[in-house]
Design a protein around this ligand. Structure first.
Ligand SMILES: NC(=O)c1ccc[n+]([C@@H]2O[C@H](COP(=O)([O-])OP(=O)(O)OC[C@H]3O[C@@H](n4cnc5c(N)ncnc54)[C@H](O)[C@@H]3O)[C@@H](O)[C@H]2O)c1
Length: 254
């Protein structure tokens, strides 16, 4: 059995992951971490200030973190210090936080870090790479929509989309929303929608005179991310220290 602790245990993703771990025959839920203590799926949730003693008491194989960027950095350092493998789903890291995370992980523990754990989005990213190579002279717009409580914008998935486009069509200026009088330049427009309980929609539009190609992905349920995170948790235990992506877990071509 692979022993799992979930940080962000009381959150939307933490609850979904906790439930799915507790229902898995090969995974054992051994604890949760959140801002306030509690119980989830029969195990204790400890306050984040007691997270280190939890890790030392229950000795998990893997910590799955879906919290908020500044909290995730603390949890990642803690796991690395205690030689616990990591699955990091939290998004919204600054460049400095990303560097901090890499420093804490590299050479110490294996970690799968991904802005989106769904199989569909990982395949969408592959298709986008191919589309980008072929559609370099099209106008490109990126649109994402999430529920009203999402804190970071644009989403981590949209940022990964922009990185892929930069790599495939060449770096372009990003214009975040538009207002007033302006002329479209050789830019990528980025548009963020927040409302209701939208789980996660992403669309890339490639437009030219008389035609538009649209690639889009829509998540209907958080279980698609949780399924991927559990897959990553099973895969990461016993790997060499370093940072891996879902393309490694799913064996997709880079
Ligand atoms: N990679 C993916 O596939 C994927 C999918 C969905 C969401 N996300 C990301 O996961 C993160 C969480 O999303 P959510 O919708 O579950 O958010 P949420 O706000 O519902 O849950 C986050 C939880 O983390 C808790 N938390 C805050 N500080 C903490 C700390 N120091 N220690 C432990 N817990 C702490 C909060 O109290 C909250 O319960 C976000 O960054 C989101 O963008 C990633």
């Amino acid at each position: 059995m692979i022993k799992v602790v979930v940080s962000g245990a009381s959150g939307r993703m933490g609850q979904t992951i906790g439930r799915m771990v507790s229902e898995s025959a090969d995974l054992e839920l051994v604890g949760g971490i959140n801002l306030k203590p509690g119980i989830f799926f029969g195990v204790d949730i400890v306050e984040s200030k007691n997270a280190e003693s939890l890790l030392q008491n229950v000795r998990p194989d893997v910590l799955i973190d879906f919290t908020i960027a500044h909290a995730a950095i603390g949890n990642i350092k803690l796991a690395a210090r205690n030689k616990v493998a990591l699955v990091v789903g939290t998004t919204g890291f600054t460049a400095e936080q990303t560097a901090d995370m890499e420093k804490a992980i590299k050479g110490y523990v294996p970690a799968v870090v991904s802005s989106n754990f769904s199989l569909g989005v990982n395949i969408f990213w592959q298709i986008l790479r191919d589309a980008g190579k072929l559609l370099k002279d099209y106008d490109i717009e990126v649109i994402e929509a999430h529920h009203r409580n999402k804190k970071d914008a644009p989403s981590g998935t949209a940022k990964t989309i922009l990185q892929i486009l930069d790599a495939e069509v060449g770096p372009r200026k990003k214009v975040y929303g538009r207002e007033g009088v302006m002329e479209r330049q050789d830019e990528i427009g980025v548009h963020v929608i927040r409302g209701g309980d939208i789980v996660g929609d992403h669309k890339v539009m490639f437009s030219k005179n008389f035609e538009t190609i649209e690639l889009s992905h829509r998540a209907y349920d958080r279980s698609v991310f949780a399924t991927g995170a559990l897959h990553a948790a099973r895969w990461v235990v016993g790997k060499k220290p370093g940072i891996y992506g879902m393309s490694d877990v799913l064996n997709l071509k880079k």
